[in-house]
Every structure is written in structure tokens, then in C-alpha cells.
Write a protein that binds this ligand. Structure first.
Ligand code: UDP
Ligand code: MG
Length: 316
């Protein structure tokens, strides 16, 4: 029997973790024998840590709970990476703590994975999104753009709710880049992925950590991490404006030599200067984005910092 690890990133999920734990146990009963929880407490400022400790010490009768506590909030991507590092399973499932991603779907994923040896990964995607029109629009335009300009495929609606076999997990772990954009990493490593539809449940308790602003930042992260197209944009803009200025020069010289018309006044020049200045700054900004990412990567900072690791209890 293969062991299954559930990786559960938790950031201020005090109202959810206990319910999550008991729901999984209830749903998995008699269906999945060998599984473990890997809770990652991503610098929560509420009672999440206390609840997780309680789960680990009191509720954990099967002795299958790990709790990783970060020294501060590092973000969900880092939490996933940490969880993958410590997971002991041959199969690994990423799942949110808020019960929006139902444990029943994990059973479906297991069935699909077991139905065909050739499948390495099962990913759930949302058929219908329960979110407002603006967020939907931002998301779908993002997928259109990034699929055009990057080499890896991004599937709209595919979440990071997924079940993977060990070789894929190891491949993801081998990508130790600092700026982690999971959707891109999953796609980049390849492997045979099967998509199944699922319905996102309501959040049990607490609030989503996403806002339009955060989504926009996340989208830019994705583009800068998986495409160098923006750099090429600056080359094109440079080329285009150089051509324009050469044409302009020729026109001015021809007018002066053959028709005796004077060079047009300062207004044009000032306008052009402003335009070119703006374009140069824009392009420098794009280069700066990549440079700053390289700067951080070169420093080789850790993806997360662990304050405490509660593992299986050995003395039992
Ligand atoms: N999360 C995390 N670190 C963060 C933000 C979120 O570990 O900085 C976790 C959060 O606790 C939850 C999951 O990531 O288990 C998804 O977050 P959320 O429910 O806010 O996102 P949504 O479901 O709205 O996309
Ligand atoms: Mg959620």
C-alpha cells in the first residue's frame, strides 16, 4: 500500500484546522489506510499554532501528523515547498486548510491515479468560479497573455489542488528557485497530468487572503518567472523608435536642402524628448524587474525558515 501525504498550508486558519483534520479522517476511513498530515503553519498571527499543537499532541491517535512552523509568513508557495520537502509519502496531495477543497475529491483523484499506471498527477480544476466579474476577467486575461508569451502551458482554472507521484515531487523539489510560481513549475517539470473538474466549496471560516491587488502582483510574478518576452518588448520599442528618428532626420534634411524649409521648432523636440525619455524609463524598469529577481536569487536566501518541526512521536 502506498503512503499518501497531505500537505496543508495554513495561514490564520484557527477556525478550520480541527474541522479539516476530523473531516479528512472521517472521509478517509476504510478507504485510505496509510496517510499523513503535513501542516505548514505559515507565520499565522492567530491561534492556528495552538490548534495545530493540540491536533499533534491530543487528536493524533494514528500518529500521522507533522507540523512545520515558519518563523514568519513566507507565503503559500514557500509553505508548499516546505511541505514537499518533509512529506514521506509515495503520493503527495496539496490541499487547502479551509475545506474549500473537499477531501472527497482526494478520493476521486486517487481513483483516477490508480486507474492508469501512466498517470503521474491528477489536478482538480474549477468548472464554475464563484468569484466576482472583475477577478474572473483579470484571471482569464492573465492566462491568455502568459500562454502566448511563455514556453510552458498554463491551464485556466487549474488549482494547485493536486495529487502527485513521488518522481514528480522530487522533480519539483529540484527546482529550488526563490521566486516560486507553482503553476509554472508544475507545468515546467512535465509528467503526465490528468485534469478532473471539481466544485469549490464555501470557506469554512475566516477570509480569503486574495485581493485584486495581490492577484495582479501574482500575475506579474508569473510572467517574470516564466517568460523573457517583456525584455524583448524593450528591444522592439528601441528598434522602432530608432527607425522613426532616422526617417524624421531624413525628412528634415531633405526639406532643408531641397525646399529651404527650416527645421520645425522646439515644441516637436520637447515632445519627442519626453516620449523617448518615457520609453527608456519603461524599458529600464523591465530590465530592473529581472535584475532585482536575479539579485535576490544570487543571494541564495532560503525559501522558508523553520522555527519548529513536530514530527511523528517516536516514544509511542
Ligand atoms: N495560505 C498560506 N500562506 C499565505 C496565504 C495563504 O499558507 O500567505 C494558505 C491558506 O491558509 C489556505 C491556502 O493557502 O490554506 C489558500 O488560501 P486562501 O483560502 O486565502 O485562497 P483562496 O482559496 O481564496 O484562493
Ligand atoms: Mg481558500
Amino acid at each position: 500500500m502506498m503512503k499518501l501525504s497531505l500537505i496543508v498550508p495554513c495561514y490564520n486558519e484557527e477556525g478550520n484546522v480541527e474541522k479539516f483534520f476530523s473531516e479528512v479522517d472521517r472521509v478517509f476511513e476504510n478507504k485510505v489506510d496509510d496517510y499523513e498530515f503535513v501542516f505548514v503553519n505559515d507565520g499565522s498571527s492567530d491561534q492556528t499554532y495552538k490548534k495545530l499543537r493540540y491536533i499533534h499532541s491530543d487528536l493524533n491517535v494514528k500518529n500521522n501528523v507533522q507540523v512545520l512552523t515558519f518563523s514568519r509568513n513566507f507565503g503559500k508557495e514557500s509553505a508548499i515547498y516546505a511541505g514537499l520537502t518533509k512529506a514521506k509519502g509515495d503520493l503527495v496531495c496539496l490541499i487547502d486548510a479551509d475545506l474549500q477543497q473537499r477531501p472527497e475529491v482526494v478520493l476521486e483523484m486517487l481513483d483516477v491515479l490508480n486507474s492508469d499506471e501512466d498517470i503521474d498527477c491528477v489536478t482538480a480544476y474549477q468548472k464554475k468560479r464563484k468569484e466576482n466579474a472583475l477577478i474572473s476577467f483579470v484571471k482569464s486575461s492573465f492566462y491568455k497573455t502568459i500562454n502566448k508569451i511563455s514556453d510552458v502551458d498554463f491551464v485556466n482554472g487549474a488549482s494547485d489542488f493536486r495529487l502527485m507521484k513521488r518522481p514528480m515531487v522530487d522533480a519539483i523539489l529540484s527546482m529550488s528557485e526563490f521566486h516560486r510560481f507553482s503553476k509554472g513549475i508544475f507545468s515546467y517539470v512535465g509528467f503526465n497530468t490528468k485534469y478532473i473538474p471539481y466544485v469549490v466549496a464555501e470557506r469554512e471560516s475566516g477570509e480569503t487572503k486574495w485581493s485584486v491587488g495581490k492577484l495582479f502582483k501574482y500575475a506579474l510574478e508569473g510572467i517574470f518567472a516564466f517568460s523573457t518576452m517583456p525584455l524583448r518588448i524593450s528591444t522592439f520599442i528601441g528598434l522602432f523608435s530608432s527607425c522613426l528618428s532616422i526617417i524624421y532626420l531624413i525628412v528634415v534634411v531633405v526639406q532643408k536642402l531641397f525646399f529651404g524649409i527650416d527645421v520645425p521648432g522646439y515644441a516637436t523636440i520637447v515632445t519627442l524628448l519626453l516620449l523617448i525619455g518615457g520609453l527608456i524609463l519603461f524599458c529600464l524598469g523591465i530590465i530592473g524587474e529581472y535584475l532585482s529577481k536575479m539579485y535576490v536569487q544570487v543571494k541564495n536566501r532560503p525559501i522558508y525558515i523553520l522555527k519548529e518541526h513536530l514530527d511523528e512521536k517516536k516514544d509511542k
